[in-house]
Design a protein. Sequence first.
Length: 465
Amino acid sequence: MKKLAILPLKYILLLNLFLKLVFFLMIAPWRSDVVSDTILVSDSKGYHELALNILRNHSFAPVKDTADVRSMSAVEASGFIFSRSDTFRTPGYPLFLAAVYWLFGERPWTALLIQILLSLLTVVYVYKLSVLLFNTTQIAGLAALLFVLDIHSAYAANQLLTDTLFTFLFLSSVYFFLKGIYDKVSPFKMPGMGAFLLGLACLTRPIAFLYLIVPLSLLLVLPGKGMPQKIRSAVFSALIFAGIVCCWTSRNYVKYGHWSFSTLQGHSMFLNMCLLKSKIEKQPLDASRTYFQAKADSMGFRATSDVFQQAGIFEKVGIAYLMKHKLEYAKAHLMGAVNMFLSLGNRGMANSFGWSRAKPGYEFAELNPARISKNFNPDNVRETALGILIALLLAIQYLGSFLGLIQLKKERSTGVLLFFLLTILYFASLTGIVGMYRHKIPIVPLLCILAGAGLSSLFRSPKQL
């Protein structure tokens, strides 16, 4: 069959830069109204304020804490942990923003431009990892091109959020781990670098906290080095990762008396159960917040000023509800994982581009005609066209990934197959019941690598398969 022609890497990088700059110009993040209405909202506002606090006060915590949960309404109190950014958020992304602001001024758009440049390195690692796993530049070029064309990743690079930095750190970490496994190079240097970068990724987004289990399991079970050397390499990597993570848990212990990484887990459990209760009982989200906040208050939530204890109370309240609704939660969690892969996100993008005034909020993950129809509004042609384009690109990405998995099974590439499956399942299982497309962004590079392998197999002769 005819050989598939792919652009050289340098042109793919230029295309990546061009597409992301187009998004940058469409959003116009230098305008003051866009900054206040689109850029510095929700999580982004929290990261920005933390970065400014680091710059101006040389501290992650606020100089003066004036918030008093005892005087808040139930709905306000249910969001109190979220508002305590120095315990809710980890330091990676605020430090990144603080460094950018220190170099270029306190302007969020400068951080977006740096993220766009950082995405070029992610493209390079997509290419390098593809070559490492499949030993062909054809698959590598196609994988890099598919990643560049991913609209979700391009849009995320233009948001003041952790996605672009985390994806770069996570993917580069994976590259060094796998290079240590498959290239039979230094038993300590490559896995150690992978563990260091994964630690930084964890400080950027806590979802990576348990991921070390995946590469270390592959290191131990795949054939290669002797078992004693594998064990030493795994222990060395685990110690480096723990050292990075403990920098932050130690800070929390010194300041708050807890060896905890973040209050995120308690807040997330609480929010997920609020969403689940609203779904089951068909009631407004604020009603569920009020109900669970009353439960938390009865357990001493407002009686303590220890935010980690408050997060623990939220977690206990959430777990108690979950244990009574295991089946409903299992279904909701599975639907959240499915929604993570199928969510289009074109409505939020349309709002950022000025095509729509609608601002989609938290929605329970559902797949039904009424929910799907929201993404295809006949009164907004541009928004609908964007949704169709995203859907087509996702179809190509997922079909190619499926073919890639089949190809790996045919070639009996057990280690590579396990790596892809375990990593995808890891992120899918931790997404929760909302399942936004943002949760999928870290594994988009891996899906594109799989898709590159699968789609390129269609252009190979039977003898080459």
